[in-house]
Ligand binder design. Structure first.
Ligand code: ZN
Ligand code: ZN
Length: 394
């Protein structure tokens, strides 16, 4: 076993204990007070200077003994409003709140990596900024950026990882380009004129207009945007009406638009949806109002950092065949870092049916295969070492 694997093995029990402690005490976005306190305490134990950014965000700095670039390593702290359905000894002690996305694992993994990297300062030509981010599930990265997390010292590149149950344990997903989706959330209000279902000619029916909008919107993905530009429009809610014999005044449709590419004036599916909804509603004599906001921009990996991360991942797994060119339509606010500095985001496979870690993210039965935690620790360390050896500051 080489030196790094030995060091990681020596702290694996501690990393598992940290993860179980965070799992048992989940906290929602911007309420991660206990978690942030534990993170601060742990980093200070290893002589890592810490400060608070964005309230419950914690930033640690490991300065190498030689000058060089600044690498940001990121973990997220927040849990979700989900009632845990697992029967494990470290089950959530907070009713209705659960680490159902694996951010407990990310925090424990980065703490373990920080402990080992802080003992290797003489090997680091540059600095490592450890970012423990609050509120990932609601774009908390932007609050940290607004409060200057990319400055003082200025960050040259960023890396993050996500434990991933759709990917089998022991596999690592890394590839260039867009790897997670951009996400827009919309609400369409279709306004007609209510009336009696026995006299539909005296009313303007918003239900039939809304139904037409739902079906017509599916054309955007296949007829208005190239199939080489992955786009998916999904309606998650339709509401309108109170009784079988009444035509309602309004119907509201809510949903999401996800893309795996940066949009532009020419290709902007949300604007296409707005235009289509207004036109289809007009055909039915209805008015239509479309509101939306952007939740996340697409997460785009830097090619050179992907090369470094792939080489590091190969050393971790021991085989190139365990690497996987994974991309998906879920979204992540790491994209806010990687749109400002070169970044790479890596998926750490943790799906294993025998260990009941095959449930989807955000599911009440979500869990991870804890044997993959040391792989994450090792990946952060090996990536950082390669980065300082090979990254050319541009
Ligand atoms: Zn999530
Ligand atoms: Zn997540």
């Amino acid at each position: 076993m080489d030196e790094i694997k030995e060091k990681v093995a020596s702290i694996t029990e501690e990393v598992i204990a940290l993860r179980r402690d965070f799992h048992a005490h989940p906290e929602l976005g911007f309420e991660e007070h206990r978690t942030a306190g534990k993170v601060e305490e742990y980093l200070q134990n290893y002589n890592i200077a810490v400060k608070r950014v964005a309230g419950t965000g914690v930033v640690g700095l490991i300065e190498g003994t030689k000058p060089g670039p600044v690498l940001l390593l990121r973990a997220d702290l927040d849990a979700l409003p989900v009632e845990e359905a697992n029967d494990v000894s470290y089950c959530s002690e907070c009713p209705g709140v659960m680490h159902a996305c694996g951010h407990d694992a990310h925090t424990a993994i980065l703490l373990g990596a920080a402990r080992i990297l802080s003992s290797m300062r003489e090997k680091l030509a540059g600095s490592i900024k450890l970012v423990f981010q609050p509120n990932e599930e609601n774009a908390g990265a932007l609050t940290m950026i607004d409060e200057g997390v990319l400055e003082d010292p200025p960050v040259d590149a960023a890396m993050g990882l996500h434990v991933w149950t759709p990917l089998p344990s022991g596999k690592i997903g890394v590839c260039s380009g867009a790897v997670m989706g951009g996400l827009e959330i919309f609400k369409i209000t279709v306004k007609g004129v209510g009336g009696h279902t026995g006299y539909p000619e005296a009313a303007v029916d918003p239900i039939i207009a809304a139904s037409d909008i739902v079906l017509s919107a599916q054309r955007i993905q296949t007829r208005e945007i190239s199939l080489a530009k992955p786009t998916v429009i999904v309606f998650g809610s339709i509401s309108g009406g109170t009784k079988a014999n009444i035509i309602p005044d309004t119907v509201t449709l809510e949903g999401s638009v996800r893309t795996l590419y940066a949009d532009s004036e020419e290709i902007n599916p949300m604007k296409k949806l707005e235009s289509l909804a207004v036109r289809v509603a007009a055909v039915h004599g209805c008015e239509c109002e479309v509101e939306w906001y952007r939740e996340n921009i697409p997460l785009v990996n830097d090619t050179e950092l992907v090369r470094l991360a792939s080489a590091a991942a190969c050393e971790v797994t021991g085989s190139e065949s365990d690497l996987n060119a994974l991309s998906c339509m879920a979204s992540e606010d790491f994209s806010e870092f990687s749109s400002r500095v070169p970044g790479v985001f890596v998926f750490l496979g943790t799906g294993n049916e025998k260990k009941q870690s095959h449930y989807p993210h955000h599911n009440p039965r979500f869990n991870i295969d804890e044997d993959t935690l040391p792989l994450g620790v090792e990946l952060f360390i090996r990536f950082a070492l390669r980065f300082f050896d090979e990254w050319e500051v541009k």
